[in-house]
Write a protein that binds this ligand. Structure first.
Ligand code: SF4
Length: 139
């Protein structure tokens, strides 16, 4: 089986704060399968660490009020291109990220409030027919 995974789940320090979301189940899956690691925000040209961002009225805005929509959408397109090339059987993404969140994301108020809607990359991958699951549904 070939899997595509949010790179931060595999322990890469690509998270907005410079850390990661290492997940032992993902580490195990990577050791047993062919794995492709992606970080849409880094692929979109954003630095690590970076200012956290949320989707506000359909546009990705960082906490300083600056639009990073172009970078987030570029990262989603790049991730889609990799998925089309690699043809993973399943894509497993990190929860609640404005890029990778599958089930939920934050609501754009920077108050930690969640809504039932996906991030930019997850949404694009799902629209293009890929099987995408949220890491919280794997455990
Ligand atoms: S964009 Fe996705 S892979 Fe990159 S740090 Fe955020 S959740 Fe992880």
């Amino acid at each position: 089986m070939k899997i595509m995974v949010s790179a931060c789940l595999a322990g890469e320090n690509c998270k907005y704060n410079g850390g990661n979301n290492r997940n032992e189940k993902i580490i195990e899956l990577i050791s047993q399968n062919e794995a492709v690691l992606v970080c849409p925000e880094v692929l979109g040209g954003l630095p690590t660490p970076r200012i956290p961002a949320e989707i506000v009225d359909g546009t990705v805005i960082n906490k300083d009020g600056i639009s990073v929509d172009k970078e987030y959408r570029r990262g989603a397109e790049q991730t889609l291109r990799i998925a089309e090339r690699e043809k993973p059987d399943i894509i497993i993404l990190q929860s609640r990220s404005p890029s990778c969140g599958v089930n939920q994301r934050y609501d754009g108020t920077f108050t930690g409030t969640r809504i039932d809607a996906p991030g930019i990359t997850a949404e694009l991958l799902i629209k293009n027919g890929f099987q995408v699951i949220d890491i919280e549904d794997l455990q």
